[in-house]
Design a protein. Structure first.
Length: 229
């Protein structure tokens, strides 16, 4: 396999890992499980709504990725052979930034999102909490869609930076990988929890997410700096 193909394959695998790992944190499946209990949704409906919200999450992230690719492609044409050094350097900076976040105790990688719905649903299931008030399904679904659609996957954006060298084909493949990793992960962990198998400590993934993302991005950045031509 040619070196450039090997590098892109590594970027793609890293991107899938980032997307799937990111979808495992509780904010990407717990609100759907809790809301389903309050609204008395069956498993099939809950999974469908989860997949729909995941698609919105992907769409907004891909839109930002499109802007990154468009700008980066123009820059690539301008600076030519220097572009791998710029892209690799940016990935290293992103990676170091996430590692610094982890060291400061900010392990979760995400833009701000509304906590109220999640907090209220969680409190409603405490032993002495009052019975939650069921809202309309339309309002509940809209809340869940907004919850993730307005909060793109920040951790995947550097993956788009690393794929700029491969043009719009690279963008399309990375978006497909983002979609598969994110939606499949959200659906899997939601299903796991709904069926009572999700009693593992997935909260640990949220605690160390920044550190893992940082190490992955640093590794890809070094790979691009030393091997891509």
């Amino acid at each position: 396999m040619p070196l450039n193909e090997t590098i892109f394959t590594t970027i793609a695998l890293t991107g899938f890992g980032v997307a799937f790992f990111h979808s495992a944190i509780p904010t990407h499946w717990l609100p759907f499980v809790l809301t389903a209990r309050v609204q008395h949704w069956n498993h099939a409906r809950t999974i469908a709504i989860t997949a729909l919200a995941g698609s919105g999450h992907v769409a907004v992230t891909a839109l930002l990725g499109l802007l990154i690719t468009w700008f980066g492609s123009s820059l690539n044409e301008t600076i030519g052979n220097w572009f791998p050094r710029v892209a690799g350097g940016l990935l290293l900076l992103f990676g170091l930034y996430y590692i610094a976040r982890q060291l400061r105790g900010q392990g979760h990688v995400h833009f701000a999102y509304p906590h109220e719905h999640l907090h209220q649903s969680h409190e409603a299931h405490q032993p002495h909490a009052p019975e939650p008030v069921r809202t309309s399904d339309r309002a509940a679904i809209a809340s869940l869609l907004a919850f993730l659609t307005l909060s793109p996957c920040e951790g995947f954006l550097p993956i788009y930076v690393s794929g700029i060298r491969y043009g719009w084909t690279g963008f399309a493949l990375l978006t497909l990988i983002l979609s598969l990793g994110t939606v499949a992960g959200m659906v899997f962990f939601t299903w796991l929890t709904l069926t009572g198998l999700g009693k593992i400590r997935l909260g640990l993934l949220e605690q160390y997410e920044s550190g893992v993302m940082g190490l992955l991005l640093c590794a890809v950045g070094l790979l691009i700096l030393f091997f891509e031509r």
